[in-house]
Design a binder for this molecule. Structure first.
Ligand code: IPE
Ligand code: IPE
Ligand code: MG
Length: 251
């Protein structure tokens, strides 16, 4: 029995989010520069997207660049943006072939225009694809996302379009970048780091976390299968007791 066969296809997470970390350390161990690590991370993105599409996972969000990453050396930031342009340009055909729809979340207007335009073009080309939503988090900050939502809602209250009593969790959700994306059930972080780094702060309220020592450029389909099997062996209680869950709903 292969790892893939051990996955229960009826209990797949609908949405998997990944903090793709460890490109720099992976490259350093090989005596190469950090950019080499980022370039090699692209193969892992291909593998994981293909694996999700094949299994029937409906949504995959990849943390590709945080707002804090703008503070890295200029050379690295430029290289990452260029890699993004080249990758999107090259991979759009594959997205079409695999019926994958590209989406993006984050402060997209802060991306260099070349990058922004390439991204928008691919989003437009792939917009009718149905098998998998591939969401890139770019210039993304969870706190910033919540701040923007607060400002939008406050403006509506100020203009008299909304009453304070009408502010609900649902309304907040509707004002996030992820308004049309379900919350992730499984959050994976590679490279042995155990932190969230400002990723999807609102959306991960009940996500299951999975950490692996593997650096992102080494992450392959088998590693994704392992994380899903691990997820499927957990009991998600949402505040209830184990006994309540085994009895069934409304007890
Ligand atoms: C993740 O790898 C990629 C980005 C954050 C863009 P890192 O570049 O953070 O690699 P490490 O963590 O330094 O090894
Ligand atoms: C988080 O990784 C951001 C991305 C994976 C894009 P970092 O490497 O930037 O996170 P920290 O700084 O180690 O927390
Ligand atoms: Mg890192």
């Amino acid at each position: 029995m292969t790892l893939k066969d051990k996955i229960d296809l009826d209990k797949l997470p609908n949405h998997i989010a990944i903090i793709m970390d460890g490109n720099g350390r992976w490259a350093k161990e090989k005596g190469k520069n950090r950019i080499f690590g980022h370039s090699n991370g692209v193969q892992s993105v291909r593998e994981v997207s293909e694996a999700c599409a094949e299994l029937g996972v409906k949504c995959l969000t990849l943390y590709a660049f945080s707002t804090e990453n703008w503070n890295r050396p200029k050379l690295e930031v430029t290289a990452l943006m260029e890699l993004l342009v080249q990758t999107i340009r090259k991979e759009t055909k594959t997205l079409m072939k695999n019926d994958i729809r590209l989406k993006a979340i984050g402060n997209l207007s802060s991306l260099p225009p070349r990058c922004y335009n390439e991204l928008m073009e691919s989003i437009e080309i792939t917009k009718d694809n149905k098998r998998l939503d591939l969401v890139l988090a770019l210039s993304y900050s969870g706190r910033d996302e919540l701040l923007q939502a607060c400002k939008k809602i406050a403006t509506e209250v100020q203009n008299g379009q909304l009453k304070t009593e009408e502010i609900t969790e649902d309304l907040i959700q509707k004002n996030l970048y992820t308004h049309d994306i379900p919350d992730p059930e499984l959050l994976i972080r590679t490279s042995g780091e155990h932190r969230v780094s400002n990723f999807l702060l609102w959306q991960i309220a009940y996500a299951e976390f999975y950490f692996t020592e593997k650096y992102w450029p080494e992450f392959r389909k088998e590693d994704l299968y392992e994380s899903i099997i691990n997820f499927q062996n957990r009991e998600r209680r949402f505040g209830k007791t184990s006994e309540q869950l085994s009895v069934g709903p409304s007890k």
